[in-house]
Design a protein around this ligand. Structure first.
Ligand code: ZN
Length: 130
């Protein structure tokens, strides 16, 4: 354990970007296995080798910058997914009600006044203000 600690001294180690590279490598290896073309598996090793290289790298500043860039990129991606979800769900134009009988979530357009809502699942009818 001591030898390992000495070896790792001054080296970068593990971060989020390395983790993403390893996950990427695993996903690629599964995908390449499905193609049944044996040499394609080499592609899956590329992100894995890069992950190892980053972990044992002594250029800590550069690795930190890479990780920051990755975090920015993945953060943007996550934000986009959240916005896409909100857009698809449409909380501004629609309201959500739970059916009083079967608890089914029902989406109804907003600003329609008092309307009778019929549950598509159990045909239960109830009146709500939208
Ligand atoms: Zn219902």
């Amino acid at each position: 354990m001591n030898r390992f600690r000495n070896f790792m001294y001054g080296r970068y180690g593990f971060d989020q970007f390395t983790r993403a590279l390893i996950i990427c490598s695993l996903v690629l290896s599964v995908m390449m296995n499905l193609t049944r073309i044996s040499w394609l598996i080499l592609i899956a090793y590329v992100p894995f080798i890069y992950a190892l290289y980053r972990t044992f790298s002594k250029d800590i500043q550069r690795r930190t910058h890479e990780n920051m860039a990755y975090m920015r990129f993945s953060g943007n991606l996550r934000n986009r997914f959240v916005h896409l979800k909100l857009y698809l769900v449409g909380t501004k134009s629609h309201k959500y009600y739970k059916c009083s009988k079967c608890k089914q979530l029902i989406r109804v357009p907003r600003n329609k006044g008092r309307i009778a809502i019929t549950c598509p699942k159990c045909r239960n009818e109830f009146i709500r203000r939208t």
